[in-house]
Write a protein that binds this ligand. Structure first.
Ligand code: AMP
Length: 440
């Protein structure tokens, strides 16, 4: 199948061929004609499967071929949760529009606001933005959305996880007209918050669900290793990094401080490693990403800031030095390898502190997730045994027997209603209800 079979213009197909892209991927084959037909889309497809072009191609084609609603306002707005992902999208967009008179602007947090105002005054047809800075421009009216034709959310679930619900509402309200088309993409869209969001944003959307969020990625080999403590994790890490098949590698840690500490430890052992943390200045972040993409160094150590923004086919290994708290982030982290049909390996180190995350990921993936081991580096830690649930009736009897002071006249028994555990905002660990004093 060719891109022209999907309704894509010859010029765009030639542009793709220059990048060595000749055949549409599955998500492109489904989403491109649907978007060109003017439908709203709710699309889920695995990491590295070509989602970016699936929304950029119809967007660029629309701008090339259809008359604009407004000459001044942007025609296409693409919102991405992190600066890294927005930059990635912007880079692909620039390649597609090279040689045309289409203008695109990137609006990221951490960059000069006035420079962005100047760039917006050039009336770009495309704006690629992170939600916080975008909302600042909307509030200050340095950007208007009344002429917006196409609103695209990349990794919409992460935008919500980062707490940008209000900003999304503002964008939606300011571009609220009958002619707007909206596309929502991610590898992990199936959670309740996203459902609620899509009901507000999308009109009769076509669902394109090419893989479940928790489906095994056939191009990524996943292995897990138990670890006793930090030193043990570092010994395992050194062992993995010394293997011949390791090309470029991304290591994820739990905190920013760990990225620097681990980087120093690895450099001291002769590895070429660099930390990338969210608190770095934006230009420094971009420099590091750029140097990594040019393969100037082999090991990038980061937190979840980079779990969705890096698209490098040279990444052969992802190592979770610590497991992420949210199971969806595990899917996105390991998805930094095994992209565009290449094979990759994801190795995860699981110590006592990682155990709750391990259980959450195991439940999310609906998978056994067995452990491997390295000779000479086997862990004593074997996991934390789950406590057996104690029957409620037995507990009540025990409490009553131990505390005769509180013994009350027996009331006729009502069938007990199941206790609903409130779910916290991230939808993971249920929060405990505080006991009322009189019950204590
Ligand atoms: P994405 O899932 O959009 O981040 O894309 C993952 C990688 O696949 C990127 O490096 C794209 O350039 C590449 N890619 C996208 N579409 C195709 C295609 N049709 N054929 C080959 N590679 C592609």
């Amino acid at each position: 199948m060719h891109f022209t079979d999907l309704g894509i213009d010859n010029r765009l197909e030639t542009q793709l061929a220059h990048q060595g892209i000749t055949q549409p991927t599955d998500i492109q084959a489904h989403a491109v004609p649907t978007a060109l037909a003017g439908h709203d889309i709710f699309a889920q497809s695995k990491t590295g499967s070509g989602k970016t072009l699936a929304f950029l191609l119809p967007a660029v084609q629309r701008v090339m071929k259809q008359k604009a609603l407004s000459k001044r306002d942007p025609r296409v707005l693409i919102v991405a949760p992190t600066r890294e992902l927005a930059t990635q999208v912007f880079t692909q967009l620039r390649l597609l529009i090279a040689g045309t008179n289409i203008k695109a602007v990137k609006i990221l947090g951490g960059e000069n606001f006035n420079d962005q105002i100047k760039a917006l005054r050039n009336d770009p047809q495309f704006v690629v933005a992170t939600p916080g800075r975008l909302a600042d421009h909307l509030t200050k009216r340095t950007l208007q959305l009344s002429g917006l034709e196409l609103l695209i959310f990349d990794e919409a679930d992460r935008i919500l996880d980062l707490g940008f619900t209000e900003q999304l509402k503002m964008i939606n309200d300011l571009a609220d007209h009958r002619l707007r088309q909206t596309l929502l993409f991610s590898a992990t869209l199936d959670h309740a918050q996203v459902d609620a969001l899509s009901r507000n944003l999308l009109k009769k959307p076509k669902q394109i669900m090419l893989s479940a969020a928790n489906e095994q990625h056939s191009d990524i080999k996943q292995s897990l290793y138990l670890a006793d403590h930090l030193d043990h994790k570092e010994a395992l890490l050194e062992h993995f990094l010394n293997q011949d098949d390791v090309g470029q590698c991304i290591i994820f840690t739990a905190t920013r401080a760990d990225t620097s500490r681990l980087s120093e430890a690895l450099c001291a052992k002769g590895f070429k490693a660099q930390p990338l943390a969210g608190d770095l200045a934006q230009n420094k972040r971009l420099d590091i990403m750029d140097a990594f993409s040019r393969e100037n160094f082999k090991i990038l150590i980061t937190t979840d800031v980079a779990s969705r923004g890096l698209d490098l086919l040279s990444v052969t290994h992802v190592i979770n030095f610590d497991l992420p708290k949210h199971a969806e982030e595990y899917v996105h982290r390991i998805g930094r390898t095994g992209r565009a049909g290449f094979k990759g390996s994801a190795l995860s180190l699981v110590g006592p502190k990682d155990w709750p995350s391990y259980l959450a990921i195991k439940a999310f993936l609906n998978d056994e997730l067995k452990f491997d081991s390295v000779d000479g580096l086997k862990a004593k830690f074997k996991g934390i045994k789950e406590k057996k649930p104690v029957a409620v009736l037995a507990t009540e009897k025990t409490v009553a027997a131990k505390k005769p002071v509180f013994k009350r006249k027996a009331k006729p028994k009502k069938p007990s209603a199941p206790i609903k555990a409130p779910i916290n905002i991230d939808g993971d660990t249920p929060m405990r209800r505080r006991k009322k004093p009189e019950q204590e």
